[in-house]
Write a protein that binds this ligand. Structure first.
Ligand code: ADP
Ligand code: MG
Length: 183
């Protein structure tokens, strides 16, 4: 996986495959601790325990058509290469929580990539799912909740091209405002 955004897309797609109706994506950076972390929490049907123990093993997959399920093992590898780690656990009531942390300055730290486009693709492709996206850097925070957006839109679908292009501009501008490194 070339960048963090592609990992996020992949993990969020697991949540969608598990029937989630709400996916929380939280990215946070703490400069003083050289820490970048991402957490993706869903309210899907949850990961069976036997899969949970095996899922971070690169030679394991639930698919018979492919030798290895790569999403989570690759995320684990990307995190560990920087001296970070990954955890996968069940949510309090249902669902799954995937957390990965990275050492930001490490030479093997992947770039964030196009997080805005990743979010727009997720929103556009999954009109039945709500997303709560939060980006935290030190004491600054930006968040976008598609439930709030839908409330504002009334009967206009969130997948309307004009709405998506508004969201794209809004995300890009807001993220750049709090982190000028974001492309
Ligand atoms: N959020 C999730 N909720 C429920 N099951 C999940 C979730 N994420 C992953 N899984 C299970 O773990 C398996 C491995 O996921 P992954 O490593 O991304 O590989 P792949 O998606 O290619 O199968 C999935 O096939 C699925 O059975
Ligand atoms: Mg996957």
């Amino acid at each position: 996986m070339e960048d963090i955004s592609l990992h996020i897309l992949d993990v969020a797609e697991n949540s969608i495959g598990a029937g989630a109706s709400l996916i929380r994506i939280t990215l946070s950076e703490i400069t003083a601790e050289d820490l970048f972390s991402l957490e993706i929490e869903d309210n899907g049907r949850g990961m069976p325990e036997d899969i949970m123990t095996k899922v971070l093993d690169p030679f394991y997959t639930t698919r018979t058509t492919r030798k290895v399920g790569l999403g989570l093992p690759l995320l684990a590898q990307s995190a560990r290469e920087t001296g970070g780690d990954i955890s996968v656990r069940a949510g309090d009531r249902c669902g799954t929580i995937v957390t990965a942390c990275f050492k930001k300055s490490h030479i093997d730290m992947k770039p964030l990539g196009d997080i805005t486009e990743t979010l727009v693709v997720l929103i556009a492709g999954n009109p039945q799912v709500d997303f709560l996206f939060t980006y935290r850097i030190n004491s600054n925070e930006f968040s976008l909740d598609t439930r709030e957006v839908r409330k504002e839109l009334g009967s206009v679908p969130i997948t309307t091209p004009d709405v998506l292009s508004f969201l794209r501009d809004y995300l890009r501008t807001s993220l750049r405002d709090i982190n000028s490194d974001i492309v």
